[in-house]
Design a protein around this ligand. Structure first.
Ligand SMILES: [Zn+2]
Length: 110
């Protein structure tokens, strides 16, 4: 008995239109098995970690912009001479950090 070596290759390129249980990834528009929690093409094997990293990056960017805007508003409020780097950096980096954490939490809860 030596015929049980039929290792099934993973269907990397799914034939289009085959089978009813398929869905299309909203990001890369590739076909996925229906019910997939994540897209293996976009997020890799560990899709959850990829989604978390993406959420963190998005949140970081958003927080960075929000902090920068707050700093600019503060600068125009107190005047450029009164603007020191400490509150500006604190607001910008603080906003970025908070945004990153929020982005990670939001992605984890989803
Ligand atoms: Zn995808």
């Amino acid at each position: 008995m030596r015929g049980e070596e039929s290792v099934r290759p993973e269907p990397e390129a799914a034939p289009a239109g085959e089978g009813p249980a398929m869905m299309v990834c909203p990001s890369c528009e590739r076909l996925l098995p229906a019910g997939s929690p994540y897209c293996p093409h976009c997020c890799g094997v560990d899709g959850r970690r990829g989604a978390t990293a993406r959420g963190a990056m998005f949140g970081w960017l958003f927080g960075f912009l929000a902090g920068g805007l707050a700093s600019a508003a503060w600068s125009s409020f107190v005047g450029p001479e009164q603007t020191t780097w400490t509150p500006v950096l604190t607001a910008t980096l603080g906003g970025a950090t908070v945004g990153m954490i929020v982005g990670m939490i939001v992605n984890r809860l989803r």
